[in-house]
Design a protein around this ligand. Sequence first.
Ligand code: IMP
Ligand code: MG
Length: 442
Amino acid sequence: MANVIVIGAQWGDEGKGKITDLLSRSADVVVRYQGGVNAGHTVVVQDQTFKLHLIPSGILSPDTQCIIGSGTVIDPKVLLEEIDQLDELGVSTQNLYISQTAHVTMPYHRLIDQASEDRRGDQKIGTTKRGIGPTYADKSERTGIRVIDLVEPEGFEERIAWAVNYKNEVLETLYGIERLDPKTVVEQYRGYADRLRPHVVDSSLTIDEAVRGRKNILFEGAQGTLLDLDHGTYPYVTSSNPISGGACVGAGVGPTIIDRVIGVAKAYTTRVGEGPFPTELHDEIGEILGDRGAEFGTTTGRRRRCGWFDAVIGRYAVRINGLDCLAVTKLDVLDGLEEIKVCVAYRIGDEVCHHLPSSARRFAKCEPIYKTLPGWKQPTTECRTLEDLPKEALSYLKFLAELMKVPIAIVSLGASRDQTIIVEDPIHGPKRALLDAQGVPV
Ligand code: IMP
Ligand code: MG
């Protein structure tokens, strides 16, 4: 048995949905530990496409318990829509559990997210406008509404009405937005609460029971390492901790129960929203990656910015998350390219920089130093073992493993479950991978 954290090693959208879906077949419990409806996973199962924002993709496995943990922020309206969507498709949500200490996104959070983005002008972050930042801000400010406040009948009305009135001042005075009617919000959220109540639990206890029962637990990160509030490319980050360290805080477990940390990285890089992106391509290759990779946000539909793989970021993700191994996704998107570049370091003026700079100003000045590798002509979408891969594709993977000093355990070559090379089962296998850190198959 193993308790595993799966995180995004780049700026989100690495294909974690597919990898957690694969791994959750071996998991008894899947826990989302941070983020909210800013996330979006697209999971394809037998030609059916599921778009999930809050509910872990593990819900598609009938026996898997899915827990939306304490560190998440929950927009009840969107969550209920997801539950309804799953119901319609015949997927049971009986195994869905919601932490009573997660924070709740309120209507004013969305309004403030939108208004503050508009007001920032060229300082805008490019948020998903789902109210994520304002919900976490209220959590820190200690004016937030928690799930427990929704589902406990005593004090419910007073609590919500107080919060709405408090925020009305901000809406009206700071942003010139019409005040919300506390009564309307109370009624709306009472309705949500009634529907969500059967799912609400003390999630730390639920997870602890699973730990003691020696179950396989998968902690599913949303967004990615570089969007981490503390360790990402601040201020162009989200307001939670997607890194592996966030799993313990957001799930309410101790670090001693974690066995493995798996990073997911695309074979190239994408980013949505604002902020520096050294390997971004503004040329035809960028277009090709975007089109072939269908690089549009699941949540906002925005076109993602695309560029070459950045190993400086990769190494950073290995360090910050303590990665045991990597899952490389969308390798097939690179099929047919004449040559493929990998950023091995940055140049800032005359200086060569091997580590991600903390300063956003310095990061914006980073020029990628590339190593160019030969591409491959044959499609990889039907490959099921490393031996099936064109030799240039295998060399590319080995080069990445070597550069980042991390073994590659999984390679994904398309959206469907079977378009995958499992080099080493990261849950059941021994703690090594066939492509070891030196890129040497063992
Ligand atoms: P927020 O999380 O909506 O506050 O957005 C902050 C930044 O994180 C923006 O650059 C968003 O584009 C980015 N972001 C948030 N969620 C995701 C995600 O699931 N995938 C990729 N980028 C995201
Ligand atoms: Mg996404």
